[in-house]
Design a protein around this ligand. Sequence first.
Ligand SMILES: [Zn+2]
Length: 295
Amino acid sequence: MKHFQQGVALAALLLSGCGQRALEPDAAIVCDQCDRWNQPQDPFRVHGNTWYVGTAGLSSVLLESDEGLILIDGGLPQSAALIDANIRSLGFDTRDIKAILVSHVHFDHVGGISALQRFSGANVFTSVAGSGPLSVGALADDDPQYIAGSGEGHFPPVREVVAVEDGGVVSVGALDVKAVYTPGHTPGGTTWTWKSCALGACYDVVYADSLSAVSAEGFKFTSSGVAENLIASAGIIADLDCDILLVPHPFFFGMDTKLERLDDGNPFINKLGCVLYAESSLDWLERRLEAEGSH
Ligand SMILES: [Zn+2]
């Protein structure tokens, strides 16, 4: 028995000696789609400095610089351990993340960030409008998905959020990632863009925020001014220098079909990606506005 205990102590010592302190996840969020979204996904290199480390239905993107890592989005609270495992399986160390960037403050994209921040000590960056909700762990009342007096949509709050202005740049080492405000899906929605270079070729990568016209019941895109924001944001994304499109839900950049075509060059490189994404988002909004008009 004594021998066994020593073995355990030795194992613990070896683990801590290797720096294998485990990430401490927050309580899981339950929702209709959560289990489906949180299915594991093998991580993969999108291009050059850009790696997909998210789950099957919620994007997380890892950027490699000469002085540490940047992570964009953190999925659900229960995604954090999967993201950490994906990062490690690629040979990176999650504790080398220096900055975590946020697309938009909804529980399915920021739920895992608090745990990832505690584990890595990274700074967390979002837009000015996103910083309030991210700091309190709840939506503000101007969010289309806000439900008054409800705990719906709450998530672990993030400490010491850094607000980035429109056009602001977050840099780690020589890697610059630029914030482009694209409000509509949320008031603080932010698209992030950077360059990825490999084999002598450089590409503009765009992590375009969600542009879907989704809301709590009773919210009117027509009367809130949010429809105008979505139209303007779709135009901004369509006009970006964009060779590689990524978005917060991988379905919207065709991750699965592109992974099936990996033998065929790099299917993620497509100069039309941002334009087509903007167009399909405007179609969605049009259907939504028609539905509002008929009620
Ligand atoms: Zn959302």
